[in-house]
Design a protein around this ligand. Structure first.
Ligand SMILES: O=C([O-])C(=O)C[C@H](O)[C@@H](O)C(=O)[O-]
Ligand SMILES: [Mg+2]
Length: 423
């Protein structure tokens, strides 16, 4: 087996538009961590994960231990566990508000997210060593293209501060704005299905937005995701009103018990990237049929093989599997596409934030045809690092004091009284 010669971990800050969710609003810049694994033969592999300070610290502490190791992935778990024990957990910052959008915040999930960046980078490097795509290393693709869904957000036209990044999407704060956004996504990317990020306005307003989408796109699969903003009665009320047009309802409420109660009383499937977010969550949630679709995030599920394991477990229980997304760049999108290509029973189009990103660290950001990304057979992930861009985005990180994503703090810049709402 070739050995790893060098590992580099680079924190960056990327521009992010003012997208609204139940926590608040995306900050102008959000952190990501980029991992490079270089083999003794000069092959290189890339990985990407969350960039909040605790993830970064763990990645930085773990990286040196890989120098000289074999280019394989099975030793990653044990090595990382050792690092987790060594890192002073007290120093790990515990106030990351964005975590509320992806379920419980646990050290296990943080470690899994860090592991995933190294796992992906090792598979990428191995693919380059062997001249085969990552999907071949994972058993082979079962489809030539992966379908994605248009991820719609209520949003402001601009961030509130001067000299903050801008884009040309404009505001979307009512049903008309949401439909206009969906039309542009359909025209530019060919998406067939749409997910609206809810939990922003009163449920009645979000029901009206979904109704407007159903009218503009008759028969197209629609989803609504308020990130657990609703009580059980509100969830049931919304479900009753949208039963005829939603493909699934995503995390209407929080907690296994509440989700199970909603699931028992609606015919709509419930999807989640908040209720079942780790293997430990599965026994209880599946036993009470709390969720019908698990939306994986290969970062916090622990990597590409873990995502395949998740799909296998879901298959046994008749639970659907698909993918949620979080502000990501092209390395993670390449990884998502490669892993999605290997999962036989992928019944739903995956989420992606790609249309919202104006920057990337790969030389050729992905394009969509008919809402799909072609599964490349090029070696590794099939993407190339844009060194200039990485350096520029790292410099931004060095010059800034933003060290975590914090949608609540970003909203409080505009509304100091802001608290996370529940309906
Ligand atoms: O499906 C989800 O809940 C997400 O994609 C989580 C994200 O963080 C989303 O809420 C966002 O970008 O605001
Ligand atoms: Mg979600």
């Amino acid at each position: 087996m070739p050995r790893i010669a060098e590992v580099r971990v680079t924190p960056i800050l990327i521009s992010d538009p003012p997208l609204l969710n139940v926590q608040g609003v995306h900050q102008p810049y959000t952190p990501r961590t980029i991992v490079e694994v270089v083999t003794e033969n000069g092959a290189m592999g890339l990985g990407e994960t969350y960039g909040d300070l605790d993830y970064l610290k763990l990645a930085q502490e773990f990286a040196p231990s890989l120098a000289g190791a074999e280019l394989t992935v099975n030793h990653l778990g044990a090595g990382l566990l050792e690092t987790v024990r060594r890192v002073d957990v007290e120093r790990i910052d515990n106030r990351v508000q964005a975590e509320g959008l992806r379920g419980a915040r646990t050290l296990g999930k943080i470690a899994a997210s860090v592991r995933s960046a190294f796992e992906v980078a090792i598979y990428d490097a191995l693919g380059h060593e062997l001249g085969v795509p990552v999907h071949a290393l994972l058993g082979g693709k079962v489809r030539d293209a992966v379908e994605f869904s248009g991820y719609l957000f209520y949003r402001w036209a601009e961030h509130p501060g001067p000299d903050e990044p801008k884009d040309d999407w404009g505001a979307a704060l009512d049903p008309e704005g949401v439909v206009a956004q969906a039309k542009r996504m359909a025209a530019d990317y060919g998406f067939d299905s749409f997910k609206l990020k809810g939990g922003v306005f009163e449920p009645a307003q979000e029901i009206a937005a979904i109704r407007a989408l159903a009218e503009a796109f008759p028969g197209h699969p629609l989803r609504l995701d308020p990130n657990g903003a609703w009580t059980v009665p509100t969830s049931l009320e919304v479900a009753a009103q949208l039963e005829d047009v939603l493909e699934y309802l995503e995390d209407p409420t929080t907690g296994t018990r509440n989700m199970a109660e909603v699931a028992r009383k609606t015919s709509l499937p419930l999807a989640t990237n908040m209720c079942v977010t780790a293997f430990d969550d599965i026994p209880e949630a599946f036993a009470c049929d709390a969720v019908q679709v698990v939306l994986s995030d290969h970062h916090y599920w622990g990597g590409l093989r873990a995502t395949q394991d998740l799909a296998a477990v879901c298959g046994v229980y008749g639970v659907g599997v698909s993918m949620h997304s979080n502000t990501h760049l092209g390395i993670s999108l390449a990884a998502m596409t490669q892993i999605a290509a290997t999962i036989p029973d992928l019944r739903y189009a995956c989420d992606t934030h790609r249309p919202w990103q104006t920057e990337d660290v790969i030389t050729e950001p992905h394009t969509f045809t008919d809402g799909r990304i072609r599964v490349t057979d090029a070696p590794g992930l099939g993407v190339e690092l844009d060194r200039d861009s990485l350096a520029k985005l790292h410099e931004r990180w060095v010059d800034s004091d933003v060290r975590r994503r914090d949608d609540l703090a970003a909203m409080r810049r505009v509304n100091p009284q802001w608290t996370v709402p529940t309906w």
